[in-house]
Design a protein around this ligand. Structure first.
Ligand code: PA5
Length: 465
């Protein structure tokens, strides 16, 4: 019982020489993997990648657990305002570990835990309709931003603050809790000056590697997730995913398989959970994979423009939507199936005498069906020469979700080293941010506005309406 990587269908022996990975290729990568491992561990020792240590912060976890319980005792509804790494982990883990329809249940069915909404966009319809649902008196907003300046989160905050002040008057501050950098940034300053309650995101933890900090742990603890078990699961996996031996470390091995496949032209990484509960893990993975690995420059400063493109799919739903493409379209994808061994529930499929053509289903259950469909799709893809692998966890529990997300974090930093890029930065998102500031009239961005205008107006616009 444990996290398992079945990469049979990635091998040349199964999917063919052109796109399959040969044992010799993995063998040849071993010395490089060992060298990368030493560099990663040396960096870890020096504190360059503190996300490694988050599962081991027992004291912080206890504090957050208690704080989560207090929030649960006081508030009916929590709303996370955040985006990217400040939101996706909470969304993924809430979906996996709270009842699937948590927010639709009454207080008793939720075990006295608050409803939890994650607002990670500035679509006025989405934000507005969520506010329309809320009772201000029993709502707490958790404003989550490492930088304390992300425009989407700040705009949401300003709207929610004014909305709350209008509803409750001077006590509006009590309805906000800020999760941000321990010392710097606009939110930290506000917390200090205006007396907002706050929690710190530890130094050096980037957004997409922050799920095991207050960013994810506080809202999840409040919603009833066993964050001790979550961290415990990650910590228990740590020895396996920090082993220096490529062929024994599943996170390194999966990174290597993806990297070798990329080199064969398979540039799209499809993440396809066969589980409604694991659906949003694909979204969280999409961010960590794309933002970490999609880079213009390698570590030597050469323009390389690398990075696999993540795509999310859901089994079995997308068998009736995307799998036709995966099966017969271009040879440019590696599919990773994500599946629990135990779904925690099986719904038996009853007999129906009037439908003898459905008799073959009788005596089986939905758990059998979903499992069989995943296996059938994997084998069918392999038969068509389409590399795929299956990552399984024993069950969808806090312990195994902790292990799974930690696994992907380490897979990502190792893949970053294979691609020879820095997986911990995201310089490519700055340009768009700066144009946004300029267009929204932020002081100091006047030159950027001129640049935008000349870029946007200096072209022959082609619009068909
Ligand atoms: O992974 C990242 O660093 C980003 O996706 C950030 O999480 C995202 O941009 C939000 O940033 P912040 O938490 O500073 O508001």
């Amino acid at each position: 019982m444990g996290l398992k990587l079945d990469f049979t269908n990635m091998t040349a022996a199964v999917v063919g020489e052109e796109f399959g990975v040969r044992d010799e290729e993995l063998e040849a990568l071993r010395p490089r993997a060992a060298a990368i491992h030493r560099t990663l561990m040396a960096g870890r020792e020096k504190g360059f990648s503190p996300f490694y240590e988050l599962p081991f912060q027992a004291r912080e976890a206890e504090t957050l657990m208690r704080a989560g319980d207090e929030l649960a005792g006081r508030w009916e509804t929590l709303v996370v305002l955040g985006i990217g790494g400040s939101a996706l982990g909470t969304t993924a883990l809430m979906r996996a570990l709270c009842p699937l329809h948590h927010n639709l249940l009454g207080p008793e069915a939720r075990g006295g835990r608050p409803r939890l909404f994650v607002l990670d966009n500035v679509d006025p319809a989405g934000v507005g309709e969520t506010l329309d649902l809320l009772d201000p008196g029993s709502t707490l907003f958790l404003v989550v931003s490492k930088s304390g300046s992300t425009v989407e989160t700040m705009a949401q905050f300003l709207i929610a603050r004014a909305w709350m002040e209008e509803a409750v008057g001077d006590s509006f501050r009590d309805h906000f809790l800020l999760i941000t950098d321990p010392v710097s940034g606009g939110l930290r300053q506000l917390a200090k000056q205006q007396g907002y309650a706050s929690f710190a995101i530890p130094e050096g933890i980037g957004g997409r590697f922050s799920v095991f900090s207050a960013v994810g742990l506080l809202p999840l603890a409040a919603a009833g997730v066993d964050i001790r078990a979550l961290l415990g699961g990650a910590a228990a996996l740590e020895p396996r995913v920090t082993s220096g031996e490529l062929l024994e470390n599943p996170a390194y091995l999966n990174a290597a398989l993806q990297f070798l496949s990329y080199g064969k032209g398979l540039r799209i990484s499809v993440m396809m959970p066969y589980s409604d509960r694991l659906r949003d893990v694909a979204g969280w993975f999409g961010q960590i994979w794309a933002e970490s690995l999609g880079k213009k420059y390698d570590l030597g400063g050469r323009a390389v423009h690398v990075g696999p493109t993540p795509v999310s799919a859901l089994g079995t739903t997308d068998q009736h939507s995307q799998v036709q493409l995966y099966m017969e379209g271009p040879f440019d994808k590696v599919v990773t199936f994500l599946a629990p061994e135990d779904y925690g529930r099986n719904l038996p499929i009853p007999a129906y005498a009037a439908a003898p053509h459905l008799g073959y289903l009788e005596g089986q259950g939905l758990e059998d069906l979903i499992r069989v469909e995943q296996q059938a799709t994997a084998v069918a893809l392999a038969k068509n020469g389409r590399p795929n692998c299956t990552l399984s966890i024993p069950e969808v529990s806090a312990e195994w979700l902790g292990a799974l997300l930690y696994f992907f974090e380490i897979q990502t930093v190792f893949a970053g080293a294979l691609f020879d890029i820095n997986p911990l930065d995201q310089p490519g998102v700055e340009e768009g941010k700066e144009f946004t500031y300029a267009l929204m009239g932020r002081a100091g961005f006047e030159q950027k506005l001129s640049e935008f205008n000349s870029l946007a107006q200096g072209v022959n616009r082609r619009i068909l309406s």
